[in-house]
Unconditional design. Structure first.
Lengths: 408, 408
């Protein structure tokens, strides 16, 4: 199945419009802080949510709205997470109602999301005052998707959007997504804010199954800082306007849909990891030779989460002992004496550990490889044929700077 | 039971001598890198070890030597962990043999330990050349304990030693310890390098039980960076020279011994946490109101491990939302709507969250409290009467600096 990447975002799929404006939750007038995504017709909807017991109020409201597997629009603000506030649910419902009124749709068809500081009351006034401007500006061009992507950014430094084109049932289909990172990211079952749109026709059960399966290999294998956010959410809206034969969980096209979805989510994972708070490098850990997939995932995630390894990567230091250390405490049942480790980048690859012990290598070559901004850590366990990927980033001065005084 | 802190270390207890020299494993000639501790007579010995599957070779050798519950001496180098090296076991055995020959004791009575970089062969020559000087300088004065404490330091900036005096069975007893931190610290069942000596008479089973129980509330509740080291080890040597009636696990004095041991280990925990790599602040998280102790421990450890909270503490930012976030993803079964959070230091305390939601507080007062270098995070769960403590430190620029290029 051919998947063509196209230069677009959430407006790539037929019948989707978007916009993003500055409503005033953030002080900086140049920063958009309120986003909308809208489908011309009702869409099948699926979502996954954070497993943090502390849940943002918007997630509770969204979960209720998506109980029927249908949605038409998304409203999302940045700058305030609307979490741990006594009136959080009321505010999230007001956001839904305001958008629904303006778009003349049912409030039940609105996905509502918030991201930003936890525990500060969210004032509804700026949203109320801007919702007309927000909806008046809805457009299906690429700039509209960019505006929405900008509006959901918090400490992100790079806009995150992706879109792909593929064929299902003889019909050209499209899928696109926007995402926001970039701290408090250590997904577990669900993940950060990601909104995906597609014109594929797919039933609600199949869509939810596709998403729930996919995140196990994508967003749940991503960690910036080990902190699982209270407001993580991934939603997919599929409006069927591509007119393909409707996909069910048992139909042949389901696998194709999964492949397309995975192309979008992996790309977003890499974008989120590479733009982790303060990050200078995208780290990708590929573990192979495991006797089961869970072992490979456990090892990959442990390595990508190690603060010591992350700091070593910032310093372009081939400190493979920290890789072995992180494997050793991961809880995975592995034979240390069979482990091999390589570092790889555009500049080549270098073997640094074999059979669980160091090998002689050129420090100069290792440095050259590690000075690049996309680093692969390749681990072989020598036990089987299962593998897994995890994504993360280096730990830098700027991570500390950003988080040392984020709130005030 | 009265426990008097005294200004001393591993030579506080009767019959113990120590020393530390520069042997040349480290390039800096001013940094001692080889330590010895010696008991005049055979001592009961207990130890706990890292649960990391990657284990330093010295731990394997020490475990074998302590199988009979007896030891007389400790040799420990810094600058090289002797871990993930093909010849590691041989080198660790050579270290034991060299010390045993010099002290005219059995090699089986030697505790051997190494700390430093993983995966670089440890040259035995510097140790061989210095072992006579090391043993010739053995002394029971406080400077000798300091020399040993200096010799086991890696990135530690502060010497860590403590000693206490107490009475058991009408006899004055003493116990002292030295420790080294300060990165790769997230103990699990066992912990970093800590050597404790005492002149209490206690049988081997009771000593091991006391140590194994104690670390569950002390070293296992300590985290600097979430990375469980490959070389963690805590050992206690008890040589009986205080001449108290020998303590067994069932004797009345066992509880007294536990109290004394806990006084030493808590002090060392606080020292290690406060001198975590790059740390400017000691963080202590006290969780109360839990319906069982494990819940309190899980919550305390999760909060103390949160990179985001650690960075906020560095910035003296009362970002309590990050405390709630870390409680929420800890895996503990708690009712978020009952949680209260206070920050406390020498400058006073301030309530920032009640019933799971923010309360109005003076940012100015919070800043004043958080600018101190010992911060308590007080969490009430409102569910029961169990509690737990955990220790950690802030996340700073210097942590990144130290670990961005530690090896080369």
């Amino acid at each position: 199945m051919e998947i063509k990447e196209i230069n677009s975002g959430v407006c790539a799929a037929k019948g989707f419009k978007a916009n993003g404006v500055h409503c005033g939750i953030r002080k900086n007038r140049d920063k958009r802080d309120l986003a909308v995504i809208y489908s011309e017709c009702e869409a099948t909807a699926a979502a996954v949510y954070t497993t943090n017991l502390v849940k943002g109020a918007p997630l509770t409201v969204t979960k209720r709205h998506l109980a029927n597997g249908k949605a038409r629009a998304v409203i999302c603000n940045s700058g305030n997470a609307n979490t741990c506030n006594a009136n959080g649910i009321t505010i999230a419902e007001q956001m839904s109602d305001l958008l629904a009124n303006e778009l003349n749709i049912s409030a039940d068809d609105v996905v509502v999301a918030s991201t930003g500081v936890i525990g500060q009351p969210l004032d509804i006034e700026p949203i109320k005052n801007s919702v007309k401007e927000l909806c008046d500006g809805l457009s299906d061009n690429d700039t509209a998707s960019e505006f929405a992507a900008q509006a959901i950014m918090t400490t992100d430094t790079k806009l995150k959007e992706v879109a792909v084109e593929f064929e299902i049932g003889g019909k050209i289909c499209r899928m696109g997504g926007i995402a926001k990172g970039s701290g408090m990211i250590h997904p577990n079952m669900a993940t950060m804010l990601v909104f995906i749109t597609t014109d594929v026709a797919i039933d609600a059960d199949a869509l939810q199954k596709a998403l729930s399966d996919d995140i196990q290999k994508t967003f749940n294998m991503l960690s910036i800082d080990g902190d699982t956010s209270t407001n993580d959410m991934v939603t997919v809206l599929a409006n069927g306007m591509a007119e393909n034969p409707i996909i069910t969980a048992n139909s042949e096209d389901f696998a194709k849909f999964m492949t397309a979805l995975n192309a979008v989510t992996v790309k977003l994972c890499r974008m989120i990891a590479g733009d982790g708070e303060g990050a200078t490098k995208l780290l990708e850990c590929y573990v192979s030779g495991a006797d089961d997939e869970q072992t490979a995932k456990t090892v990959a995630k442990s390595v990508i989460c190690s603060s010591l390894l992350k700091a070593a990567m910032f310093g372009s230091d081939a400190n493979w002992g920290r890789v072995l250390c992180a494997i050793g405490y991961s809880g995975a049942d592995v034979d240390i004496s069979k482990i091999g480790v390589k570092f790889k980048s555009q500049k080549g690859e270098i073997l640094v550990c074999e059979n669980g012990a160091g090998v002689e290598f050129s420090e100069e070559k290792a440095k050259e490889i590690l000075l690049e901004n996309e680093i692969e850590i390749l681990i072989t366990l020598g036990n089987g044929d299962k593998s897994a990927n995890a994504w993360g980033c280096d730990l830098t001065y700027d991570y500390v700077k950003i988080n040392g005084d984020y709130r005030t």
